[in-house]
Ligand binder design. Structure first.
Ligand code: C5P
Length: 243
């Protein structure tokens, strides 16, 4: 993905973690302001691939965040289906290993070719360690390293497997930029404008801090979707980047 020539406003991804009707209504309001929406598994499993087409019709690029994790053969097929649905960006768990990740890239290419998309394939990014996992939770599943060391190991495997980038906390973005190089896609959730409610996010950065730390894209949900005026909230975030 050639993201470097895109203005920052086009690199803010609005996470639509809500019911289908509400997600579409938000999309209709944000069309012409935001360039990207993120559809997670709750929304996708409720309505299926048609949701991607609906957001494309509104002019959005779609990040289909299904976090695939299975044997390589199955992930190949799933990635092909995700690509054929028209997703512009997709995710797989790095913990699935290098064979699984490179199968995801191959599957994505096959799916895009099957439906004759303009793009060669969707951008494929890796989930490293879920932020819901702390050192104790990792130890319980047999990972003795600190979360930061595990993130670094999994990100290196993602790079080796030919993935385009990773999803990580803004607090890890600088370290990941150094590891993955200047072209990598580095997507950071856990972003809150100054003064916004934290919700269930604890280690947060402001949008400006996250971009400055090396993120290529930010994922922001509730500060926009739960605002009384989502379009004004989005535009204020964009304005805050040049303050
Ligand atoms: O509403 P909020 O801005 O917290 O939404 C953040 C989005 O990013 C949600 O869709 C959440 O699932 C996702 N996410 C996250 N932390 C991660 C990975 C994904 O918050 N480590």
């Amino acid at each position: 993905m050639d993201w470097k020539n895109e203005p920052a406003a086009n690199r803010i991804i609005v996470a639509l973690d809500c019911a289908p009707d509400e997600a579409i209504a938000l999309g209709e309001q944000l069309a012409g302001h935001a360039r990207w929406v993120k559809v997670g598994m709750t929304l996708y499993y409720a309505v299926g691939p048609s949701i991607v087409r609906q957001f494309h019709k509104l002019g959005f690029k779609v990040f289909l965040d299904l976090k695939l994790h299975d044997i390589p053969h199955q992930v190949y097929g799933a990635a092909a289906s995700v690509a054929a649905a028209g997703a512009d960006l997709m995710t797989v768990h790095a913990a699935g290993g290098t064979d699984m990740m490179s199968s995801a890239v191959k599957g994505a290419r096959k799916g895009a070719a099957d439906v004759d998309l303009d793009a060669e394939r969707p951008t494929v990014c890796a989930i490293t360690v879920l932020t819901s996992m702390d050192a104790a939770q990792l130890a319980a599943i047999g990972v003795q390293d600190e979360p930061a060391a595990e993130v670094e190991r999994l990100a290196a495997l993602a790079k080796e497997s030919g993935l385009d980038g990773i999803v990580c906390s803004p607090k890890e973005a600088a370290q990941m930029r150094a590891l993955l190089g200047e072209d990598a896609v580095i997507i950071t959730p856990g972003v809150r404008p100054k003064g916004a409610a934290l919700g269930d996010q604890s280690r947060v950065s402001t949008p400006k801090e996250a971009f400055e730390a090396g993120a290529s894209h930010l994922v922001i949900g509730r500060p926009i979707t739960r605002a009384t005026d989502p379009v004004a909230a989005f535009d204020e975030i964009v304005a805050s980047l040049s303050e």
